[in-house]
Design a protein around this ligand. Structure first.
Ligand SMILES: Nc1ncnc2c1ncn2[C@@H]1O[C@H](COP(=O)(O)OP(=O)(O)O)[C@@H](O)[C@H]1O
Ligand SMILES: [Mg+2]
Length: 288
């Protein structure tokens, strides 16, 4: 029985690696191919092409180069975080301001799909000790995922709050959601949910990076499904990770029954983090 389980785990790991390599070579090859072919065009037509055409070649080269850089940075970040070599630059930050800044940065992306983002009101979180750049990276991935997987014209709600000596943030969208059996697996590197595995998506590294970053803050991150449709990503961490115990007696549970999908991920005997219910996704929101 145990041997069978080991075998199944090895098979699953192997399958994930195969999928990753297929996805990865696609992700690497597409932009690289774009760079090389538009550079070749430019060389061949340098004397004859119009300025406008040449401008467009350079634009395409730049765009492809940027997307390659994102991919390579994600790979390097994850490798560093996993090896334990990442350094955390802790300082006192305004968590809400970090969320606002990231939302602002992503607003052109949201605007393309006519998506609105509702931010937490001022005063919802106290000053928090954290690595600002890394927490911004978490927020950037959660918000860009929410935008990527949400329908046109929908609303993304970003909420934050405090529970005892810990703070929490959650991103509620009304997109495609996540199959119940995959709520944990999507945090594994290279894994994409069966609902979004289109071959054209990203590499599945973002959530793995988020989980490592939260662990570095003695915090946690998890996903759940939203009543009415969509998904909810919540992270929580101590207000000051430097003085917080390593393993707090608190579970990363979505305590609100309305949000709860299952009890997976809750350490036995620990007190659930008491979050208010997340707003139910309403169908009329899209029409507003
Ligand atoms: N807001 C969301 N709604 C639905 N599925 C999501 C959402 N966020 C993440 N996922 C699922 O989790 C997978 C992994 O996300 P992530 O690690 O950020 O990788 P990537 O964005 O590169 O695909 C996504 O491919 C998708 O299947
Ligand atoms: Mg992502």
């Amino acid at each position: 029985m145990a041997l069978e389980e080991v075998y199944r785990a090895a098979e699953a790991a192997n399958q994930a690696k195969t999928e990753f390599l297929a996805n990865m070579s696609h992700e690497l090859r597409t932009p690289l191919h774009g760079i090389l072919s538009f550079a070749a065009f430019g060389i061949k037509k340098a004397q004859t092409a119009s300025r406008e055409d040449l401008y467009q070649y350079f634009q395409k080269i730049e765009r492809s180069g940027k997307s390659l850089l994102v991919l390579i940075n994600d790979l390097l970040d994850l490798a560093k975080l996993e090896s334990g070599r990442a350094t955390y630059d802790f300082s006192t930050i305004d968590l809400r301001l970090v969320l606002l800044t990231v939302a602002d940065e992503l607003s052109p992306l949201a605007a393309q799909k006519n998506i609105r983002m509702a931010m937490p009101p001022a005063g919802t979180t106290p000053p928090v000790v954290a690595d600002e750049t890394k927490i911004a990276q978490v927020a950037r991935n959660l918000l860009s995922n929410a935008i990527k997987f949400s329908p046109e014209g929908s609303l993304i709600e970003i909420e934050a709050g405090t529970e005892g000596s810990r703070v929490w943030v959650r991103v509620c969208d009304r997109g495609v959601g996540i199959p119940e059996g995959e709520l944990e697996a999507i945090f594994d590197k290279f894994i994409q949910s069966s609902k979004t595995r289109t071959g054209a998506g990203g590499t599945g590294l973002g959530l793995a990076i988020c989980r490592e970053i939260l662990a570095g803050h003695k915090g946690r991150i998890w996903a759940s499904n939203r009543p009415g449709g969509g998904s909810v990503f919540t992270f929580e961490m101590p207000i000051d990770p430097r003085t917080a115990p390593k393993d707090p007696d608190i579970a990363p549970a979505v305590a609100a029954a309305a949000c709860r999908s299952d009890d997976a991920g809750q350490p036995a005997g620990s007190r659930p983090l008491d979050l208010p219910p997340c707003p139910e996704a309403r169908l009329d929101i899209a029409e507003v």
